[in-house]
Design a protein around this ligand. Structure first.
Ligand SMILES: *Cc1c(COP(=O)(O)O)cnc(C)c1O
Length: 667
């Protein structure tokens, strides 16, 4: 029997409270102190984990609406980012003090994780304060990072470490060498032997003593989704034999003192800390051997991979991790220290490139629900009976499967529940084949479907009362769950949900003092059937539907539904840049929110999302041409009397306004 996790029965256990919602959605598990629920039943963000400084997300969304900024909107919390960086700094500082580690620590931010200027500019500023640095993995990223490090601390004066990974051509390396001359603390990491030759050549030509790093292909396996980032078959790095050849090569050119850094990267979102421990152990041994051979080593860069507990389960599961930042730091410091102490090698400066862990927490997407679709639990018996009578009057017989379904529905008891469902399934299948053969009318088919869904609902209700669901009905809750249509594109805003089944926590941002009485899956507004979310975070189970509140239609045709907003959390890492323009749905608005000393929130910046014009231009449309062509068509239609002048004017206006407008739906 599968246990049925149903919302608590409000009647038995007293009124539903915000705390019940917090528990149901696992907010403290994945929120890690950054997310909470307030007395109004609204979701809050506490950027510094200080309950006295809360941002009420519903209030923010209402405030933005008044300013004409419509959902979907990405909320960025600079203070969360700031807090998170300090948390990482402190974890390493504490571990180093405790273990008497003398080499120091720096975290460099690989900008590929989120290259948005606003984020990187803040990051560069914080890096100067915290002794952190930046990492570039391609030519455009290198140019961005060189620019960012200039504005961060005055031209070339701050000494912030800049690590260059990824494949490099001659021009890339020449730029790096000249940037060294400019005064940047820049370290190209050799991924291929030929890059080393280029570094030596350009360094000599410009008379520069560069800092050089080497990435090693470790024998320790990587793990998780990106396990091929490491190991001897990895795309990057030198084999140990090539590392030795590099040492000889540098010695020959009297540059062995320039070999300053050893690097590895074992994968992203490392869910099991043991994988990292093995790799760090191996890399440190190599480091010590090379140091003894006379390399001028002073830095050990263990790459990225510090994971994020997306589902709050703290387990070695794909969307989770089985360690905290503190444990990560303590393990890394301990491993490196013990290997170095044994080899009597000076403790290196430890560098991590923990991109995901730095930025994931700082952004939240809020989207509105556009409407729902559901299988009703009430089959509308009166209507069915009316339809049956009409069927008789028209000279036809009521098909047997419909009579059977009606009978089953009316005679269901706690005792015959399993049997009833089997009968119903059989009758439904018969009804569908009669219909396909042309022996059943549309009203009768509709009656059969409604009865079948109603029987399913009854069965679920009865099982819920007993607290267990017979195994054969395990898929029933999903089958009968509602569909909530949400105003967003999965491909633009959370592409990893589609690409690698990454889970992100999702929770209503208001009405949390109210029991959610529905269960549903979420669909986006792309016309791609993959644009849906049907897996949700949970500490224990593989959860396929989310508890949601009833949303009611607003009175009046086409007026939509009463506002209902869902927040998607931990979107700061990778999602923005991996997002694409599926169906030409563009970037969402992004809004920077901060909290002042008094605990009031402020809007620091509104970055408008793409307009329709912008996404069309991206795919090479000529907007002026299109407008002209539409004008001509409208003009002709008016002339021929197919449109009135007023209609023509309206259509032209809709067209022009639409081009300048948001790519998402606005009321
Ligand atoms: C992608 C990447 C990172 C960042 O990894 P996270 O999992 O985000 O910490 C760090 N270093 C290198 C070389 C990378 O390619």
């Amino acid at each position: 029997m599968a246990s049925l996790s149903t919302p608590k029965n409000a009647f038995l256990a007293g009124r539903w409270t915000s705390e019940d919602s917090a528990k149901l959605y696992g907010i403290t598990d994945w929120g890690k102190g950054y997310v909470g629920v307030n007395a109004h039943g609204n979701l809050t963000v506490m950027p510094s984990k200080d309950p006295a400084k809360q941002v009420d997300l519903f209030e923010v969304i209402e405030g933005l609406k008044e300013r004409g900024v419509h959902t979907p909107v990405l909320l960025r919390f600079n203070d969360v980012l700031s807090h998170r960086l300090r948390e990482i700094r402190k974890a390493f500082d504490d571990s180093m003090t405790e273990q008497q580690y003398t080499g120091g620590y720096s975290c460099v931010y690989p900008i590929k994780v989120n290259q948005q200027r606003h984020i990187c500019e803040q990051m560069a500023k914080e890096c100067v304060e915290l002794g952190f640095g930046l990492e570039a993995g391609s030519k455009p990223e290198l140019l961005a990072v060189l620019g960012l490090s200039a504005t961060a601390g005055g031209p070339g004066v701050n000494g912030m470490p800049i690590i260059c990974n990824g494949f490099k051509d001659s021009e890339f390396i020449e730029t790096v060498i000249l940037a060294t001359k400019l005064g940047r603390n820049i370290i190209p990491v050799v991924e291929k032997f030929s890059e080393l030759e280029l570094i030596v050549r350009h360094a000599k030509a410009y008379g520069v003593r560069p800092k050089i790093g080497i990435r090693v292909k470790l024998s320790s396996k990587g793990a998780g989704r990106w396990e091929s980032s490491a190991g001897v078959r990895s795309k990057f790095g030198l084999f140990v034999s090539e590392v030795l050849a590099a040492v000889e090569y540098l010695k020959k050119h009297e540059m062995l003192d320039c070999l300053n850094l050893m690097h590895c990267h074992v994968g992203s979102q490392l869910f099991d800390i043991r994988v990292l421990k093995n790799a760090v152990n191996e890399l440190t041994h190599i480091y010590c051997e090379l140091a003894r051979m006379g390399a001028g080593l002073s830095m050990l860069d263990i790459g990225g991979g510090m994971g994020v507990d997306y589902d709050g389960s703290q387990s070695a599961w794909h969307s989770s991790i089985n360690y905290s930042v503190q444990e990560y730091a303590a393990d890394v410091v301990y491993r490196i220290k013990s290997v170095c102490d044994n080899a009597k090698v000076k403790h290196p400066m430890i560098i991590t490139e923990s991109g995901r862990a730095m930025v994931a927490y700082s952004s939240v997407l809020v989207m509105d629900v556009l409407g729902t679709s559901r299988f009703e639990s009430d089959p509308q018996l009166e209507k069915i009976k009316g339809d049956m009578e009409a069927e008789g009057k028209a000279g036809g017989d009521v098909p047997q499967p419909v009579l059977d379904l009606l009978d089953t529905y009316q005679n269901m008891t706690d005792r015959n529940i399993v049997e009833a469902y089997h009968d119903a399934t059989q009758a439904r299948d018969e009804a569908m084949s009669l219909f396909s053969l042309g022996y059943m009318t549309l009203p009768m088919r509709s009656a059969a479907e409604r009865l079948f869904w109603a029987i399913g609902h009854k069965l679920l209700e009865r099982s819920a009362k007993r607290g267990e669901l017979p195994d054969e009905f395990e898929s029933l809750p999903e089958l009968l769950s509602d569909i909530y249509f949400c105003n967003f594109s999965l491909f633009q805003s959370m592409p990893d949900s589609w690409a690698i089944d990454q889970l992100f926590p999702i929770c209503p941002i208001h009405r949390l003092g109210e029991e959610p009485t529905r269960r549903g899956i979420l669909c986006d507004i792309t016309c791609d059937s993959d644009g849906k979310i049907d897996h949700f975070v949970d500490k224990r189970i593989d959860k396929k539907t989310l508890e949601l509140h009833e949303v009611r239609d607003l009175p009046g045709v086409g007026k939509g539904v009463e506002p209902y907003y869902l927040g998607v959390f931990l979107l700061g890492a990778y999602q923005e840049i991996l997002g694409d323009l599926h169906n030409l749905l563009g970037d969402t608005h992004a809004v920077h929110i901060s909290v002042d000393e008094a605990g009031r929130w402020h809007i620091d910046e509104v970055i408008e999302g793409d307009t329709v014009e912008e996404v069309l231009q991206y795919v090479q449309y000529d907007i002026a041409d299109m407008k002209r062509a539409m004008r001509l068509d409208i003009e002709a239609a008016c002339r021929q009397g197919r449109l009135t002048l007023a209609e023509g004017k309206s259509l032209a206006k809709f067209y022009d306004d639409g081009l300048e407008g948001y790519t998402y739906l606005e009321e």
